[in-house]
Design a binder for this molecule. Structure first.
Ligand SMILES: [Fe+2]
Length: 604
C-alpha cells in the first residue's frame, strides 16, 4: 500500500511516500528546484519519491494533502471581513492563487502528477501531530503542536496510543505563539518564516528588558499556556506587514530595516520574546502533562524548531522524555498526512517502536552511488581520488584536524531544515578562527551565531550537560562547566567581537551563554559520519566537529553531486567528499561562471 503525502502552497513544499506504514522517502521541493523555501507544487519532490519507491503515479493507492483548503479559505475570508476594508490589498494579492489553485486541490494534484485516484485531506494540525507521534519511539505519548496558523488552529494537544491519536484541544487564530514570534522576527529585520532561527540566536546577546512590556501589552498568557494577543498592535489580520505603528511606539521606534546594523535594542527584544516564548511553551507543556498524564511528549509545528525552548522543556518540563519531528515545520506535514491516512483512515496498527524512532535519522532523500558520482566527475573533467574504505574516515578527519574546511556529501539527503552529516560542511571546533573563516569565506555572511557541533553520541555528556541523544539537532544544551573559560561581560563591545572571545575548548560551537545546538551522532543511523568524528577524536582527543549546512547564504542545501561541486568551487572550501571520492581544490580546473551568481540568490 503506497500513500503519497503532499504539503505545498504556503511555505516549504514537500512530498513523502509511505509504504505499508514505513516512511520510504521524503524531501522538500527547494532541494530540487534550488529556490529556497519553494512553496510551489512539489513536482520534483513527488517525482523523486515515486522513483525511490519504484512506482508510477497511477499505482499510488492514496494521495493526501496536509491541510483542508476550504477551512483555510474560510479563515482568510473571516479575517478579512473583521478588518475590511483595511486588508483589501493583501486580500487581493492572496486571492488569485486561492481561486486558481488552492480551492481546486484534488484536480490540481491529479493533473500535476498524473494520478486518477482519491485525494484525501487531513487537517493541518492533525498532520503535524501525526508527524510527531507516529514516527516517535514511544508506544504512547502526549502530543503538542505549535505553529503560526493552520486552518484555524495555531496550537493543539492530545495524546497518541498505538494507532489511535486523540486531539483534545486547540488554540485558534489569531491567538498564535508562532505569529507572535514571527511578528518580532519581522520587527527585528529578519525574514518571517526563516529568520526565526536568527532571532533565537540573537537572544543571548541581549537582556530581556522588554519582557514585562510584552506580557502586559501584547499578549495575555493564561495559567494553562493559552494566549490572547492584543490585536491593536499587530497587522497580520489585514496588512502585508506584521506589526503596526503602536507596536513601534512600544519598542522605541520603527522596525529595523533588513541588512542594517543590529543594535542593542534588537538584542534586548530578541532576549525578551525568547523568554516570553519559553515561558508560554513551558506552561503549555505542563498543561498537556496534567491533562494527559503521559510520561513522554511528542512535538511538532514550526515553534518546535525553537531548540532553546525544547532544551528547557527537556530539562525543566514534567515529561521524562521528548521526541521532536525533525521536519517540524510545514514540510513535515506531508509525512504526517501520509502516516495519518495509514493509521487513522485505514486503521492499520502501529508496530511497537520499542524505543526506536521510525524517522531513520531523517535520511529520507536521494543518494548517489560511487558509479554515478565517478561518471559525473569523469564526464566533467574534475580530478578526484578514490577513498579506500579502510582509510576514508582517517583521511577526512586528518584534513579537518589540519584546519581544512571539508564539504561532505554522503548517503541519503536529510528531510527537514537541518544538515545532519549527509549534506554538511565540516570544520575544526577547537580553532578560534573556524567560526569567522566558515562565515566569511564559505557561507558568505557575517553571522553573530556560532556553528553547531556534531558530537559522538556515546561521548556527548563529556562535552555537554545533556544525557539524552539529540540526533536531529533540535535541542540546545550547555557546554560542560570544566570546559568553559571565563569571559568579560562584553558590554560596549561590537557583537561580532563578543562572539570571537574564546569561551571554551570548542569555541567555534559555543554561544555567548555557553549553549550549543547539538547533534549527537551514532554508528547505526549514520556510520560513515560517526567514523569521521571518531577518527577526529583519535587524532585530536576531541569528539566534536563543526557541522554547518552545505550551502551558501540564500541557497537551499545542496542535493546532488553537481550542486555540491558548484558550491565547493564558489567558496573557499579546501576539499570535497562525494561518497568515496575526494576532490582537492588546488587540483580543480579554474571555475568560471558567466553571470554574477551571488546576485541571483535571495538573501534569507
Ligand atoms: Fe504548520
Amino acid at each position: 500500500m503506497d500513500i503519497l503525502g503532499i504539503s505545498c502552497f504556503y511555505h516549504d513544499s514537500a512530498a513523502c511516500l509511505v509504504r505499508d506504514g514505513n516512511i520510504l522517502a521524503a524531501a522538500q521541493e527547494e532541494r530540487f528546484s534550488r529556490k529556497k523555501h519553494d512553496p510551489r507544487f512539489p513536482k520534483n519532490a513527488v517525482a523523486y519519491c515515486l522513483k525511490e519507491g519504484g512506482i508510477e503515479p497511477r499505482a499510488l493507492d492514496y494521495v493526501v494533502f496536509y491541510d483542508k483548503p476550504f477551512l483555510t479559505f474560510e479563515r482568510l475570508l473571516m479575517s478579512y471581513l473583521t478588518v475590511a476594508p483595511k486588508g483589501l490589498r493583501s486580500w487581493l494579492e492572496a486571492m488569485p492563487l486561492w481561486l486558481g489553485r488552492k480551492l481546486h486541490m484534488p484536480k490540481v494534484i491529479q493533473n500535476e502528477i498524473g494520478y486518477e485516484g482519491d485525494v484525501l485531506f487531513t487537517e493541518h494540525h492533525e498532520a503535524h501531530a501525526a508527524s510527531a507521534f507516529y514516527p516517535s519511539p514511544f508506544e504512547e505519548a502526549a502530543i503538542l503542536t505549535i505553529d503560526g496558523v493552520g486552518e484555524w488552529a495555531t496550537a493543539s494537544y492530545g495524546f497518541g496510543k498505538g494507532r489511535e491519536m486523540t486531539l483534545l484541544k486547540e488554540l485558534h487564530f489569531p491567538d498564535s505563539l508562532g505569529l507572535l514570534y514571527s511578528a518580532f522576527t519581522y520587527f527585528t529585520g529578519f525574514r518571517v518564516n526563516s529568520g526565526e532561527y536568527k532571532l533565537m540566536g540573537l537572544a543571548p546577546y541581549g537582556v530581556p528588558r522588554y519582557k514585562d512590556r510584552i506580557l502586559s501589552e501584547l499578549v495575555d498568557v493564561k495559567a494553562d499556556g493559552s494566549i490572547r494577543l492584543n490585536l491593536s498592535y499587530f497587522n497580520f489580520l489585514g496588512g502585508l506587514r506584521m506589526t503596526g505603528r503602536r507596536f513601534s511606539r512600544l519598542f522605541g521606534g520603527p522596525p529595523r530595516m533588513p541588512e542594517t546594523e543590529i543594535t542593542q535594542r534588537e538584542m534586548d527584544i530578541a532576549a525578551s520574546i525568547q523568554a516570553v516564548t519559553e515561558e508560554i511553551v513551558l506552561r503549555m507543556v505542563r498543561t498537556v502533562h496534567d491533562e494527559t498524564s503521559q510520561k513522554n511528549l511528542c512535538l511538532a509545528g514550526g515553534v518546535a524548531l525553537n531548540c532553546v525552548a525544547n532544551g528547557r522543556v527537556l530539562r525543566e518540563g514534567p515529561f521524562e522524555d521528548i521526541w521532536i519531528q525533525p521536519a517540524a515545520g510545514d514540510a513535515g506535514g506531508a509525512l504526517g498526512a501520509a502516516l495519518s491516512v495509514w493509521h487513522r483512515y485505514l486503521e492499520n496498527e502501529r508496530i511497537h517502536p520499542k524505543g526506536h524512532d521510525g524517522q531513520k535519522g531523517s535520511y529520507l532523500g536521494p543518494s548517489f552511488s560511487d558509479e554515478e558520482i565517478m561518471a559525473f566527475l569523469d564526464r566533467s573533467g574534475y580530478p578526484f581520488h578514490r577513498l579506500e574504505i579502510g582509510r576514508r574516515a582517517k583521511i577526512i578527519a586528518g584534513l579537518i584536524a589540519e584546519g581544512r574546511i571539508v564539504g561532505y556529501l554522503a548517503g541519503r539527503m536529510e528531510f527537514g531544515p537541518r544538515a545532519l552529516g549527509a549534506r554538511s560542511i565540516l570544520g575544526d571546533p577547537r580553532r578560534g578562527d573556524t567560526q569567522s573563516l566558515m562565515n566569511l569565506k564559505i557561507k558568505y555572511r557575517e553571522s553573530f551565531r556560532p556553528f553547531a557541533p556534531s558530537v559522538l553520541e556515546e561521548k556527548a555528556s563529556e562535552y555537554f550537560d545533556m544525557d539524552t541523544p539529540s540526533p536531529y539537532m533540535l535541542l540546545v544544551a550547555y557546554v560542560q562547566e570544566v570546559r568553559r573559560l571565563p569571559q568579560s561581560s562584553g558590554d560596549g563591545m561590537p557583537m561580532l567581537e563578543r562572539l570571537k572571545a574564546r569561551r571554551s575548548d570548542i569555541p567555534a560551537v559555543t554561544h555567548l551563554d555557553y549553549s550549543a545546538r547539538i547533534q549527537t551522532v551514532n554508528d547505526v543511523d549514520k556510520p560513515d559520519y560517526h567514523a569521521v568524528v571518531s577518527e577526529f577524536e583519535k587524532l585530536t582527543g576531541c569528539g566534536v566537529i563543526v557541522n554547518t549546512s552545505f550551502n551558501v547564504r540564500g541557497e537551499p542545501i545542496v542535493c546532488t553531486p553537481r550542486d555540491a561541486y558548484q558550491c565547493f568551487m564558489r567558496t573557499e572550501m579546501d576539499a570535497l567528499v562525494l561518497e568515496n571520492c575526494i576532490l582537492y581544490k588546488e587540483e580543480q580546473p579554474v571555475w568560471k561562471e558567466g553571470k554574477d551568481w551571488r546576485s541571483e540568490l535571495e538573501l534569507d
